[in-house]
Design a protein. Structure first.
Lengths: 246, 318
């Protein structure tokens, strides 16, 4: 099987969120970057498992500048065979998806994996955009994927439950928790990753239709009102009369 | 024209859809245009949609729409949007909406913003806000394309009865043949799913044992709340994984979030800090969650939670 996994780089989950340049840019000073957890833990690992079971190749792809190479190498260390980086600073989901689709369009991947969302922009858009640009079916928030020859059986999260679907032929999916278990790269993987190909290719022209013009931090919370643990009637009164939520 | 996709599940419209129609109608007012609701497939109560502000309600019927295939739905919506000359398309930020938004953006060559939480501002260009960095900041996006697609975060604006019932018109557009075969749809009936819940009761490792969850279920029961949990509790299999909230779980913004025995780690807060009111019950006064809380109870949850349940019962009875 030919598998493509889209990986993105995001600030670490504990990173301090601050902005610079008149609140128009994320302040990356002192911020640690990681591979987006959904891409690493679920999408990449499930792709590797499928390859291990049925043979084939796993290619990881990233749209970004050379700053992203550490994250890409980590994907290779976990077990991807090769990597592609489209050399551009991504400004929107549309831009990213169009770049990946332009790369993938003539390469007949069997499955294109994305994460369910990036933990910085929380967009959940790239996978669905790639699917449309490649004219392929798309399953979002996949929690289980089993292959039977070229037929896939996929479970996905829906509001208040699960949907199970079957697709015969190529498709795009976005990975959610449950699809696989996180793998930690070992020393051998890290050594091998250094020799695996990381191909840098130029971007194609894409219009930027929707861009961030400003960021804002939410107003600081008022300090907490403590309530006597023996007086839950008071808490209920406050929730009703003051907060007006019950 | 603003086109709102009136999502239904098993033929029923939910509150989120009424919110989206109201959002579409208000956006249409700002743009000096009208709002049309579009229903794909069969559903109950279509006549009602006008009440929430749609001045026209249209329906596409086809056997190809009886189960969900994002490719088929997106093509149908895009065909309708082109046919009707829609300038803005709005959908729910639900799992369905999320599967469609990106496809619509590509099909309509439109700028898209997912999970918007405010009406557009039109002062300089078309701008909308959405939460980013898992609720730790708000970003303002400018959409520059002629056609725009948005998904509306649930619980961002209340549905308003701002119009009157209108008749349904059939719309004939091409609906492609599905490639996705839906084998099974399993939903729990009677429980409001977390992303839509207004009241949420959540518990974490402080519960000590999965067998202790009865007090949480009881509190949720008397409140009519949905239950949630922290990640380690879901990882350990104490609770189903769809209950896991936080950065790597579900992000929610209920009116009330009650957290018992949860420390309030940054990754947990990331998914819940947009709740309107947060109540924290923890025996450790230093627990970081108190910094993000509106109301705090320092005490043993095994005593506090049942007392709170009793107090709510008494309040409901009065
Ligand atoms: C990349 C990454 C992503 C993550 N994503 C998430 C996520 O999405 N969601 C999430 O929840 N976590 C997430 N985590 C984990 C997170 O960092 C915390 O470990 C987790 O939230 C802690 O869960 P907890 O509060 O239930 O447990 P603990 O931190 O162990 O807290 C238990 C709390 O219960 C209190 N307690 C104990 N007994 C009682 C009692 N009898 N009465 C009252 N209080 C009591 C204790 O004082 C303590 O504060 C993530 C971590 C990483 C590294
Ligand atoms: N710059 C990028 N390069 C490669 N893949 C990306 C990039 N940004 C996002 N993705 C993929 O798209 C998924 C969803 O991203 P988003 O739509 O931004 O939430 C991520 O989980 C990644 O798999």
């Amino acid at each position: 099987m030919k598998l493509l996994v889209c990986v993105s780089k995001t600030p670490d989950t504990t990173a301090k969120i601050a902005f610079t340049n008149g609140n128009t840019e994320f302040d990356s000073a002192g911020v640690q970057y990681i591979m987006n957890p959904y891409d690493e833990w679920y999408a990449l690992v499930r792709a590797l498992e499928l390859k291990e079971a049925a043979g084939g190749t796993v290619t990881i792809i990233n749209v970004g500048t050379s700053d992203n190479d550490t994250v890409i190498r980590k994907g290779l260390a976990i077990g991807a065979d090769e990597a592609v980086r489209i050399d551009a600073d991504p400004k929107s989901a549309y831009f990213v998806a169009k770049q990946i689709a332009a790369y993938a369009i003539d390469k007949s991947f069997d499955i294109v994996f994305t994460g369910k969302e990036t933990i910085d922009f929380n967009g959940s858009e790239v996978g669905s955009m790639i699917a449309e640009a490649l004219d392929l079916p798309f399953i979002s928030y996949a929690t289980n994927l089993e292959m039977d020859g070229s037929s896939a059986k996929i479970s996905r999260d829906i509001e208040g439950g699960t949907e199970v679907a079957q697709i015969d032929g190529a498709f795009v999916l976005s990975a959610s928790k449950g699809l696989a278990e996180q793998r930690i790269p070992n020393m051998k993987g890290i050594m091998m990753a250094k020799r695996k190909p990381l191909n840098v290719i130029p971007p194609v022209d894409v219009a930027e239709h929707a861009v961030v013009v400003n960021y804002e931090l939410p107003p600081a919370k008022q300090s907490v009102k403590l309530i006597d643990p023996d007086n839950m009637t008071e808490l209920v009164r406050l929730l009703h009369e003051e907060a007006k939520v019950i | 024209m603003v086109l709102v996709i009136a999502e239904h599940q098993k033929g029923k419209f939910k509150k989120a859809t009424f919110e989206t129609i109201t959002y579409g109608a208000k956006t249409a007012e700002l743009l000096n245009t009208t709002c049309t609701a579009l229903v794909l497939g069969q559903a109950e109560g279509i006549d009602n949609l006008g009440t929430y502000g749609a001045s026209k309600v249209m329906q596409v019927n086809s056997d190809h729409l009886t189960s969900f295939d994002s490719q088929v739905y997106a093509a149908t919506i895009a065909n309708a949007a082109k046919e009707l000359g829609a300038k803005v398309v709005v959908i729910n930020h639900s799992t369905t909406g999320k599967s469609l938004l990106g496809r619509l953006a590509v099909r309509l060559e439109a700028g898209s913003v997912s999970g918007v939480n405010s009406l557009p501002s039109l002062d300089e260009g078309f701008k909308v806000n959405k939460n980013v960095f898992s609720g730790k900041a708000v970003a303002t996006f400018e959409i520059k394309s002629d056609v725009k697609v948005l998904s509306l975060m649930g619980n961002s604006i209340p549905p308003e009865e701002m119009g009157a019932a209108v008749g349904v018109e059939a719309l004939n557009v091409e609906v492609p043949t599905p490639k996705v075969k839906v084998l099974e749809v399993k939903t729990v009936d009677g429980i409001v799913p977390l992303p839509e819940a207004e009241l949420v009761v959540s518990a974490g490792r402080g519960m000590k044992d999965p067998g202790n969850w009865g007090i949480i279920d009881e509190l949720a029961g008397v409140l009519g709340a949905t239950t949630a949990c922290s990640r380690p509790v879901a990882d350990a299999g104490w609770r189903p994984h769809h209950e896991h909230v936080g950065q790597t779980g579900v992000a929610i913004l209920p009116n009330l979030y009650i957290a018992a025995g949860i420390s309030g780690a940054i990754q947990h807060l990331a998914g819940v800090n947009r709740s309107k009111v947060i109540v924290v019950i923890n025996k450790d006064p230093e627990a970081p969650f108190f910094k993000a809380a509106d109301y705090g109870v320092v005490g043993d949850l095994f005593e506090v939670v049942p007392k709170l349940t009793e107090a709510i019962k008494a309040f409901k009875a009065s």
